[in-house]
Design a protein around this ligand. Structure first.
Ligand SMILES: [Zn+2]
Length: 308
């Protein structure tokens, strides 16, 4: 086992979730000593911690349930994966109620579910720096949050529908007929940030696709839609710290680390490392893992400076 530095002054904490509040990135943290859940701003947040061996994991749903005073429904500790058995079961029940709801006969759907589908939704096309694009949908009132959560770089908001069923029908239509997918892997998002092939042409590419998408929607026979045509840009991804950035060579779920968060795109962070380098890491690696947090000397890293 690795020797702890300043053992007594370290706090045992678990980072649970990245939350976007008012378009700002935050991290939800469980403190094992106070048994409280807090939310802190991620910009400027110090990632100075070490992962003990063996390490413990906390269910990443625990914080949300704690805030809703429903934490006794969560097993809290998990052995493998990110969520406890109870939370996985509840998630599955919830997801199955909504899964394929738009392909079912409306009379077979419960009033409760129909009521939940009643709010306005937006269909958008989002782009990432590796050049990949996707179609997606979001409740209109949280479209900005949705795009920030996903780490989209640019997007075009194409149409708004009066409910969540119509928007899903349109989304499937676009995927089936225009071949625009509905999900982009974190791997591709990270590749794009490390090596932005499409930086200048991405918005133009999105405009071309969204034009085709809108033409297809207008001839779909579905009439209850409002055209929007708003573009959206991720302000974080254009920050200077992402230029010439390289991958942080150690997985965040192991070892000792000492750095500060400069910017956040989705769950991917730009870090100011104690060596002076600006590096990129996937914060998801850290979520759920109980760490010793305090004044920690980070493990030495070996990264060659990018020359261009
Ligand atoms: Zn749980």
């Amino acid at each position: 086992m690795k020797k702890m530095v300043n053992d007594s002054s370290n706090r045992r904490i678990t980072h649970l979730k990245v939350l976007w509040e008012k378009n700002q990135p935050h991290i939800q943290i469980y403190d094992h000593d106070t048994e409280k859940v807090t939310t802190q701003s991620l910009i400027g947040y110090g990632l100075s911690y070490q992962v003990p061996t063996p390490f413990e994991k906390v269910c990443v749903n625990y914080g949300d349930l704690f805030k809703a005073k429903r934490q006794n429904r969560c097993e809290k500790l998990v052995k493998s994966g990110k969520k406890c058995g109870n939370c996985i079961r509840e998630d599955n029940i919830f997801a199955s109620q909504f899964h394929n709801v738009h392909t079912k006969d409306r009379s077979s759907i419960s009033q409760k579910i129909l009521k939940r589908m009643e709010k306005e939704n937006i269909l958008y096309i989002a782009g990432f720096l590796d050049g990949s694009t996707k179609v997606g949908t979001s409740a209109s009132n949280r479209i900005q949050t949705r795009l920030l959560e996903q780490g989209a770089i640019h997007a075009v908001l194409v149409v708004e529908t009066p409910d969540g069923i119509t928007v899903r029908l349109l989304e499937d239509l676009i995927t089936k007929e225009l071949g625009v997918g509905q999900a982009i892997s974190t791997r591709r998002k990270i590749d794009g940030l490390l090596n932005p092939l499409m930086k200048d042409s991405l918005q133009e590419e999105l405009n071309i696709i969204s034009k085709r998408v809108k033409e297809r929607i207008l001839t779909s026979g579905i009439t209850e839609i409002t055209e929007i045509d708003t573009t959206w840009d991720n302000e974080y991804s254009s920050e200077k710290c992402w230029e010439k950035i390289q991958k942080y060579p150690i997985n965040l779920s192991t070892g000792s680390h000492d750095m500060e968060i400069l910017s956040v795109v989705g769950r991917v962070v730009a870090l100011n490392h104690s060596s002076g380098m600006t590096l990129l890491a996937d914060l998801d690696e850290l979520l759920g893992i109980t760490v010793e947090y305090g004044q920690i000397l980070g493990d030495e890293i070996s990264v060659q400076a990018k020359l261009f």
